[in-house]
Every structure is written in structure tokens, then in C-alpha cells.
Design a protein. Structure first.
Length: 271
């Protein structure tokens, strides 16, 4: 059950409970008013009188505990007349108004919640199916000169990975099994988007010059660590990336893939 459905059920139950409460209050108020205005000698008036004249004799003691027993005089047991049982026009209007106002509030509340509730049905923050695993390996692997693929929908770079996976984060993202990684393109220094430099095979941030290896590990600049990344799983031969579960990048000094530990050519952003 989605969070939106749960919220709607909670709101609906609350509104119904509130409506029942209000109905109860209204009915009690009307009963009191009817009793107060009932002519002497009617059942309602007799009941009022009996309540006001109850004596200490009504209180009995049972095993040390005081229990109040209401003794209803015989004359109060007269059935109410049809006129007393009937609902007056004012009562009917009051109840109808309360019910319709409650229904309006309920529908309005549900519609507002439904409108405001985030609908994460795709894009960044959700699970994204990128494509066929084998095809993607060809696209970003040795045959494609290790050129990473940018997935705009998930804001990540899909990169080939053949390192040792010796840092804890590699286990968390499933890099060794999938032979690839989904690197969040957001620079961990101050958040700029980090492009890939084909010449150096590094990710080089244009803002303050932070540099990251193809594996997303820290190479240079002011960044405090390697690029953050998302878990990858293979489902039915498809690569699935969970962009709602960001994993913190490996610390400075991590180097799990010797082949790309140094730039492969000139830098795009000189230091
Ligand atoms: S934001 Fe990338 S280096 Fe500062």
C-alpha cells in the first residue's frame, strides 16, 4: 500500500470519527433542550424531576464499595409519544448540515493531500532501469575505450569497473558483481555537476578543480572524498540503479583500480 493511500485512509477515518463525535454532541444537546422545554407531566419532564430528586438511599454499599443505583419510578416507564420521538425540522436541518459539512471537509482534505503528496514514479530519487547489462558493458567497457555513459534521468555516470572493490562502499553498491558503477555527478566539494574528461579519463569539476578517477575515487583538488554513488542490481538481465539510496564515496587515498589510478592524458581543468 502506497504512503498516499495510507494517508487518505487516515484522513477518512479521522473525518468520520469527527463527524460521529459532532453528531453525538448535537443529539445530546437536542435531548437536553427537549427535556428542559418539556411540559410538566411528560416522560421527559418526569425523568428530569427524578434525576434531581435522587436521594442518598440510592447509594448502596457492595463489598465495601459504594455503587449508585438509579431507581426509576414506575411512572417514568411510560412510552414516549410519537410527537416526542419525531425529529423536528430544526433537528433534521442541523444533522443534515453537520453531515454535509463533514463530507465536504473529508473530500477537501483527501484531495489536498493527494495533490500535495510526492508522486515518485520515475526519475531521480527512484529506482531506474538503465538497460540490458551485457549491452551496457559493451557501451562503457574496453571496446568503447571506457567512456562512461551519462544517465540524465538519474543524474549519474555509469562507469565500467574492474577494480578490487576493497573499500566498504563497493560492496554496498554491488560494483564488483555488476562490473560497473553509478556515480552521482554531484561534486562532493560544493555540489557542482562534474563532467567526464575524455583525454584524462578523470571526472574534473570545473568549479574548483576537484578530480576523480574513473572509479569515482578522489584524485585531487579540494573534494573531501570520492564521488558518492548508487547501488546497482541486475534484475532479469537489466541494470537497475536505486537513486534513492545514495552511498557516501570512498575516503581520500582509496585506489582500487591501478589501470586508472593516473590520468590517461591531458587534464581538461588544469590544476
Ligand atoms: S564544487 Fe567541485 S570542486 Fe568545488
Amino acid at each position: 500500500m502506497s504512503p498516499g493511500t495510507i494517508a487518505l485512509i487516515v484522513v477518512a477515518v479521522s473525518v468520520v470519527a469527527w463527524a460521529l463525535f459532532m453528531l453525538n454532541v448535537t443529539v445530546r444537546r437536542e435531548r437536553k433542550a427537549a427535556i428542559a422545554t418539556a411540559p410538566a407531566g411528560t416522560a421527559a419532564a418526569d425523568r428530569t424531576e427524578a434525576e434531581s430528586t435522587s436521594t442518598p438511599a440510592d447509594v448502596e454499599s457492595t463489598s465495601g464499595k459504594e455503587v449508585t443505583v438509579e431507581k426509576v419510578p414506575e411512572k417514568q416507564r411510560k412510552p414516549l409519544t410519537s410527537g416526542q420521538l419525531a425529529v423536528s425540522r430544526r433537528q433534521f436541518l442541523n444533522r443534515a448540515w453537520t453531515a454535509s459539512f463533514s463530507a465536504f471537509l473529508g473530500f477537501f482534505g483527501m484531495a489536498t493531500l493527494s495533490f500535495l503528496w510526492p508522486k515518485l514514479t520515475g526519475g531521480f530519487g527512484t529506482t531506474i532501469t538503465v538497460g540490458d547489462h551485457k549491452e551496457l558493458l559493451k557501451q562503457i567497457g574496453p571496446k568503447a575505450n571506457f567512456k562512461p555513459l551519462f544517465v540524465p534521468e538519474g543524474r549519474f555516470w555509469l562507469t565500467y569497473y574492474e577494480g578490487t572493490g576493497d573499500a566498504p562502499v563497493y560492496l554496498a553498491v554491488g560494483a564488483a558483481d555488476a562490473k560497473m558503477q553509478a556515480l552521482y555527478r554531484k561534486c562532493v566539494h560544493l555540489g557542482c555537476s562534474v563532467p567526464h574528461c575524455e583525454k584524462s579519463s578523470l571526472f574534473e569539476c570545473p568549479c574548483h578543480g576537484s578530480k576523480y578517477r574513473l572509479s569515482g575515487e578522489y584524485y585531487g583538488g579540494p573534494a573531501p572524498r570520492g564521488l558518492d554513488r548508487f547501488p546497482i542490481s541486475i534484475s532479469g538481465g537489466k541494470v537497475v540503479v536505486d537513486t534513492g539510496d545514495t552511498q557516501i564515496g570512498p575516503p581520500r587515498g582509496t585506489n582500487t583500480w591501478d589501470a586508472f589510478s593516473e590520468p590517461q592524458g591531458d587534464l581538461c581543468v588544469p590544476t
